[in-house]
Design a protein around this ligand. Structure first.
Ligand code: HEM
Length: 145
């Protein structure tokens, strides 16, 4: 079992619609295109962040956060991760989440909102899973509790 596969099983396994398949992150910009390029990613992130902050289990954590700026940062990060022509210039995941006391359950709640937001935009499950597989390893820097 390779690293990506085991990480995926650990963090988002229960949320996947089809069996996880280890993905090669360096497959060009196909995923970027499947997410609708920058305009599609902007709409996705807007809905995703709105869902997260409306969730009573985690929304409170964002009470001091400027949401337009957060959305912009996440949009650039997602665009870059998906193979698009963007550069994420925000803080590292470790630095930006270190004082938040985020649990594994919180991480999965956020991932669940992302999946619902992708469902809402009609992103095919295969592409959803590819994208979630790219995000899964970030749990090491985000979960602190
Ligand atoms: C794969 C999962 C996640 C990704 C990709 C992600 C990504 C990001 C990014 C890009 C930023 C902006 C950093 C900056 O502006 O420099 C950020 C900030 C933040 N994230 Fe996350 N995050 C994730 C999970 C979580 C979780 C699980 C929580 C809490 C439930 C969370 C809470 C926050 C908060 C509150 C901020 C704003 C901090 C501030 O205002 O300074 N994040 N995140």
């Amino acid at each position: 079992m390779n690293k990506i596969f085991s990480t995926l099983c650990l963090v988002v396994g229960s949320l996947l619609h089809v069996p996880a398949i280890a993905q090669d992150a360096s497959t060009g910009d196909a995923l970027y295109k499947a997410l609708g390029e920058k305009p599609g990613i902007t709409l996705l992130v807007n809905d995703f962040v709105n869902r997260v902050v409306a969730d009573p289990r985690i929304g409170e954590m964002f009470k001091n956060t400027k949401l337009p700026s957060l959305k912009e940062q996440i949009g650039d990060q997602f665009c870059m991760l998906a193979g698009g022509p963007c550069k994420y210039e925000g803080d590292t995941m470790k630095a930006s989440h270190k004082d938040l006391g985020i649990t594994k359950a919180n991480f999965n709640q956020v991932i669940e909102h992302l999946q619902l937001a992708m469902d809402g935009r009609g992103t095919p499950f295969r592409e959803q899973n590819k994208f979630l597989a790219l995000l899964a390893p970030l749990h090491r820097d985000i979960i602190t509790k």
